[in-house]
Write a protein that binds this ligand. Structure first.
Ligand code: HEC
Length: 170
């Protein structure tokens, strides 16, 4: 009986829309089809660098609601940075870090109604998150940590870099 119960529980867990990786996949060929809109030393991680890519929807910038439209996908390639023989981070003449190895691919995707079907109580609007290893398999991250850090940014559609996406039409 115990085994049966455990089995049923496992079935529920694996069938529920719990993990964001279920609905936020790693976009294929994003290097070719997305636009790299910003690359910077990470602001909250002193030994990392990030390259940010936007899909053709997100790169159009905010719509009349002041938010990015449904269908927006953003990818952040996270890199370690070069260190010298003493383990100190190397800074260039520009005062910038030098990206070394890709360590994580962070993805945010927005779709209509996702806020209502979220597996998490943390408010991130219609966005959801996923994190992949460079080989494309799940990085097994606690996605509530992603949500918790982005959640306070409701005024900028839960994004740190929204102003770097196109906000005007010319
Ligand atoms: C401690 C805070 C924090 C956590 C945790 C965090 N992020 Fe972010 N995120 C940021 C910051 C700050 C930026 C802006 C770029 C930078 O400095 O790294 C950012 C940028 C992004 C972007 C580009 C869009 C934007 O908001 O500018 C994506 C995509 C993203 N994060 C996904 C994730 C995913 C997926 C996770 C969890 C695996 C995650 N983030 C966890 C702080 C966080």
């Amino acid at each position: 009986m115990k085994t049966l119960y455990l089995g049923a529980l496992l079935a529920i867990i694996t069938q529920s829309p719990a993990t964001a990786e279920d609905r936020v996949s790693l976009p294929e060929n994003y290097r070719e089809t997305f636009v790299e809109y910003l690359s910077l030393d990470r602001t909250q991680n002193h030994d990392q660098f990030i390259r940010l890519f936007a899909d053709p929807v997100a790169i159009q910038g905010t719509d009349d609601s002041g938010e990015l439209p449904a269908g927006s996908v953003l990818v952040g390639e996270v890199y370690s940075v070069l260190k010298d023989e003493n383990g100190e981070i190397v800074n260039t003449a520009l005062g910038r870090r030098i990206s070394n190895k890709m360590v994580l691919i962070a993805v945010m995707e927005k779709n209509d109604g996702w806020a209502d079907t979220s597996s998490s109580p943390i408010d991130v609007g219609d966005w959801d998150f996923a994190a992949y290893k460079p080989d494309g398999t799940s990085a097994g991250k606690n996605l509530d940590a992603c949500r918790a850090c982005h959640s306070p940014l409701k005024a900028s559609d839960y994004l740190f870099s929204i102003e770097h996406l196109r906000t005007t039409t010319d």
